[in-house]
Design a binder for this molecule. Structure first.
Ligand code: DHB
Length: 501
């Protein structure tokens, strides 16, 4: 009897912990449509009335009170039974732009210009934001903040090291899905957007939907009880596949020994112009470049990617082969599109043309034209000086290595991070894996003048997705440097085509 009492009492206690906890979480994570500020944004001369729900905590147990927040913006029209661009309160897609740059912590984006809109703010600061333009298109916009590589708590522990940012973005997605019924917008049509580190995270949300690897982290911060797969991914110049990005960079830039370096892994666009350091690689760096370049073919070959002709994409020991031809074909397609649009390419002797068509392109000359920006290793720096070294630190250690190569060659007594965490930051490790709901639709853009990471990074990501049957659009916009949101009309057209099918 006594035994039975203890047992059932124990069960009651346990079930109270679970149900009380759930009830508490429920009330904390319930979207309250009555608490908003009225705002107006002017888009192409027209005033759009919106409701702004700002700085909502998207987790029940935040470890950070600044960044684990989301701003939700909803056109007023959707509260008045009207439609915009063919969308209604029920059918409007949810545009999900993150503001992450340089793997730094990021606050949620705002509809009214905060200097982060296309082209940045600058004096006058009245440029239209990506968010305002998306609202005018009829989207509900939910912009998540996320912890980043420098985030610390009051005790001085780091709380934003990998995989914190992706965990936060997933929690934000769960919040939107959890509240789908009480919020205008269709949470089965979430389209993530981001640039650079933000593009990497955008890709990672799309590639890792509902994967259980992230579950313990999500539980810890009290993420809403919902799924976190999304409908579509938009990624500009994703700085991703970090554990293979050093070799990809040297495969592309080996032999280009002068460089112009921007200050340490800074975010693209916005802010003050950064002073570039112009210098030549040292003999040691040139040696490291050769070693890294030599490691790339084995990695690419191991992916067993296939080209459109069904043939395996391969590289030989010297780095030549049909994978290189594929990368080159994307550059040629870009040049062709630019030429068709009237861009004069006649000054570029390394592009061969005939009858208005590009007949060939000297890839090595193109790489010299784009110029090297980073020194080898471009990401896992031997002296731990990169943004990514800081990303892969832990609660107590600010900076770590994340490749065996750099750890073995460290110049700073650097230690190797837990490689499982490196995997959790790499979309390549999840595409095609069981237990993952991968986004069906992908739009990846990486400018042909963007040397923050190698072109192979986006090409490998897009090809793997294509090979696994996903819908992928990859283009390398001509002469675009490291940047994003420069073709929003085309991005929105892509979204509308998908959502209005
Ligand atoms: C960004 C740029 C980099 O060169 C890098 O290494 C990481 C992030 C960025 O602009 O977000």
């Amino acid at each position: 009897m006594d035994q039975l009492f203890k047992k059932s009492f124990g069960m009651v206690a346990v079930s109270c912990i679970i149900s009380c906890g759930t009830a508490q979480q429920k009330s904390k994570l319930e979207f309250n449509s009555n608490v908003f500020e009225k705002q107006e944004v002017t888009v192409n001369g027209a005033v759009l009335k919106i409701r702004a729900y700002e700085n909502i905590s998207y987790v029940a147990d935040p470890v950070d009170t600044v960044y684990q927040k989301i701003n939700v913006y909803i056109p007023e029209a959707y509260f008045e039974g009207e439609d915009i661009n063919g969308y209604t309160a029920e059918t409007a897609p949810i545009f999900f732009p993150n503001q992450v740059g340089g793997y730094m912590p990021a606050k949620p984006g705002t509809a009214i210009n905060d200097g982060k809109g296309p082209g940045g703010g600058g004096p006058g600061g009245n440029r239209q934001t990506t968010i305002a333009l998306a609202l005018a298109q009829g989207y509900v916009v939910a912009s998540p903040g996320a912890r980043g590589r420098t985030t610390q708590n009051e005790q001085g522990s780091y709380t934003g090291k990998a995989p914190a940012a992706i965990v936060d973005l997933k929690a934000a997605v769960r919040y939107l899905k959890y509240n789908d019924r009480s919020m205008p917008g269709d949470a089965s049509r979430i389209i993530s957007n981001g640039t650079s580190a933000g593009g990497a995270l955008s890709s990672l949300i799309g590639a890792t939907g509902n994967n259980k690897d992230y579950e313990p982290y999500l539980l810890e911060i009290g993420a809403a009880d919902a799924t976190d797969d999304i409908f579509a991914v938009s990624a500009y110049c994703p700085i991703t596949n970090l554990d293979h990005a050093d070799m990809a960079y040297e495969w592309q830039f080996n032999g280009v020994n002068n460089y112009a370096k921007r200050g340490g892994g800074g975010p693209a666009g916005g802010g003050m112009p950064q002073q570039a350091t112009v210098a030549s690689l040292t003999d040691d760096q040139i040696r490291v470049s050769g070693q890294l370049k030599a490691m790339f073919p084995e990695y690419v070959n191991g992916l067993e990617l296939k080209g459109k002709d069904g043939k395996l994409l391969q590289l030989d020991e010297s780095g030549n082969g049909n994978f290189r031809d594929l990368v080159k074909s994307y550059v040629i397609a870009s040049a062709q599109k630019a030429m068709d649009a009237g861009t004069d390419l006649s000054g570029l002797s390394w592009i061969k043309t005939g009858n208005g068509k590009i007949t060939d392109l000297d890839f090595d000359a193109y790489v010299r034209y784009m110029e090297r920006m980073k020194t080898p290793p471009a990401f896992d720096a031997l002296d731990l000086s990169s943004a990514e070294n800081q990303l892969f630190g832990d609660g107590a250690t600010d900076k770590k290595h994340f490749t065996a190569f750099s750890q073995q060659n460290t110049l700073a007594n650097g230690v190797l991070t837990d490689m499982q965490i490196v995997d959790r930051m790499n979309p390549m490790d999840y595409i095609g894996k069981a237990g993952t709901t991968i986004s069906q639709h992908w739009r990846i853009r990486h400018g042909t003048k963007d040397k923050d990471t190698g072109l192979a990074i986006s090409v490998m990501l897009a090809t793997l997705l294509e090979n696994k049957g996903y819908d992928v659009s990859l283009e390398l916009p001509w002469d675009k440097p490291h940047s994003g949101d420069y073709d929003l009309n085309e991005l929105f057209e892509w979204i509308d085509t998908l959502c209005k099918k």
